[in-house]
Design a binder for this molecule. Structure first.
Ligand code: NAD
Length: 437
């Protein structure tokens, strides 16, 4: 079985390397020649734990290759995955499908023999049918089927998620396409991974329904956290108390500065638009989108409030700028709203992130980028934790106090204990947990 992976980003590179690990021949294609060149040199263009080793061993075994030549990769393939970006379209929030459709046309021109063309990108309902139409129009003679196979991996844990997923969703309607897809995921049948085999439309919707549900769960606990602050309750205990109910589940009940990243913001918005246009609006999700956008601004206000109502002329140390730990992805990170809001309020920012600074430098002008967490705290009036990288969890309170002008911490990820910080002499605030101010 030969696979062509079109788009070698977070999803394409991980999926390609994992399919190679399953034993298939995988050709990863990207139109970004610089990215392909780096991959050919053995350099991984993204930060993803474990990926470098996985890529290296599969390249060595001759199962994984990289190139810019879509035509030859597609011509040889039994299955072609489209894993290009589907960002928000400027202005209206719909998914921008131009990359998907451009890829479909190029694939059509190169098809040779029966091929399953699979959309792995997150695409709105109806996209698979349009891909089918484009291919048929471009190459009326081609022998192909279109399938949908949305990806559920999380950045930072992507390989484990791909290799041991909770489920695999496949939208494939012909027996031939179903059989190719089953063969591709056979290694996961062996570990009894549930496979949901369904129609193209249903498969496309499952991905959006999953992401909007998770975004809703996060937003729910964020609002409960705000309520806890008013009522003197502890949101961690509330999360545990409700999460132990199997109908609710414990995951995704951790409060913070609002969801970000490359998926939830754009996918919630895209589903809202689809639902409005079909006359079946998703009012819950509309509200989630509004609350989450506002939350990021509120977090900047929370920092200002805790710094005595003004940050004019003050220096704030920011720990973590990526939307979550173990990734360098800066797309829609809360820091992109919080840091500029603090700067607009007159603060100088000293920031550190273990993996995201290279990308963040382009997006956050005027920030002093530091060598480490303690360095960021040098002569700062307060420290704000925006991302829960492991290395921020065990910082020495003494060393922090030596560096900071005064011991003030705003912990938007709840990685420290309010009582312990108070005992250590910190003015400390987090999200949804009572503590002495
Ligand atoms: P990305 O931006 O990291 O990668 C996309 C890649 O596609 C880029 O390298 C780009 O150069 C390449 N590309 C675009 N058009 C091309 C073409 N015609 N031919 C060859 N290459 C082309 O994006 P990503 O984060 O990997 O996301 C891809 C899709 O997967 C999106 O639809 C996203 O919503 C979905 N998804 C992402 C994640 C995630 O955690 N990042 C998880 C699940 C699903």
């Amino acid at each position: 079985m030969r696979v062509a992976m079109i788009g070698t980003g977070y999803v394409g590179l991980v999926s390609g390397a994992c399919f190679a690990e399953f034993g298939f021949d995988v050709a990863c294609v990207d139109k970004d020649a610089g990215k392909i060149e780096r991959l050919k040199q053995g350099e991984i263009p993204i930060y993803e734990p474990g990926l470098e080793t996985l890529v290296a061993s599969n390249v060595k075994a001759g199962r994984l290759s990289f190139g810019t030549d879509l035509k030859s990769a597609v011509a040889k393939a039994d299955a072609v995955f489209i894993a290009v970006g589907t960002p928000s379209r400027r202005g209206d929030g719909h998914a921008d499908l131009s990359y998907v459709y451009a890829a479909a046309k190029e694939i059509a021109e190169a098809l040779d023999g029966y091929t399953v063309v699979v959309t792995k990108s997150t695409v709105p309902v109806g996209t698979g049918r349009e891909v089918e139409r484009i291919i048929r129009e471009t190459r009326p003679d081609a022998e192909f089927d279109v399938a949908s196979n949305p990806e559920f991996l999380r950045e930072g844990a992507a390989i484990g998620d791909f290799m041991r997923p909770d489920r695999v969703v496949i939208g494939a309607e012909s027996e031939r396409a179903q059989s190719v897809m089953r063969d591709l995921y056979r290694p996961l049948f062996l570990i009894e991974t549930p496979i949901v085999m369904t129609s193209l439309e249903t498969s496309e919707l499952i991905k959006y329904a999953a992401n909007t549900f998770l975004a809703t769960k996060i937003t729910f606990i964020n609002e409960i956290a705000d309520l806890c602050e008013k009522l003197g309750a502890d949101v961690h205990d509330v999360a545990k108390g409700i999460g132990l109910d199997g109908r609710i589940g414990r995951k995704f009940l951790h409060p913070g500065p609002g969801y970000g990243g490359s998926c939830f913001p754009k996918d919630t918005l895209a589903l809202v638009r689809t639902a409005q246009e079909t006359g079946s609006p998703l009012r819950i999700v509309e509200t989630v989108v509004d609350i989450n956008a506002r939350r990021k601004e509120q977090m900047a206000e929370k920092i200002v409030d805790f710094c005595g109502g003004s940050v004019q002329g003050k220096t704030i140390a920011v720990l973590g700028v990526t939307f979550k730990p173990n990734t360098d992805d800066m797309r829609d990170a809360p820091s992109l709203v919080i840091i500029p809001a603090l700067q607009a309020a007159g603060a100088a920012i000293r920031a550190f992130d273990p993996a995201g600074m290279h990308e963040a430098q382009k997006l956050l002008p005027g920030v002093t980028w530091c060598e480490g967490a303690y360095d960021a705290m040098q002569d700062a009036d307060a420290v704000a934790i925006l991302t829960e990288w492991n290395e921020f969890r065990g910082l020495s309170v003494d060393r922090m106090k030596q560096r900071l002008k005064q011991p003030v911490m705003i912990d938007l990820r709840n990685i420290y204990e309010p009582e312990e910080m108070a005992q250590a002499g910190f003015r400390y605030v987090c999200v949804g947990r009572p503590g002495r101010r």
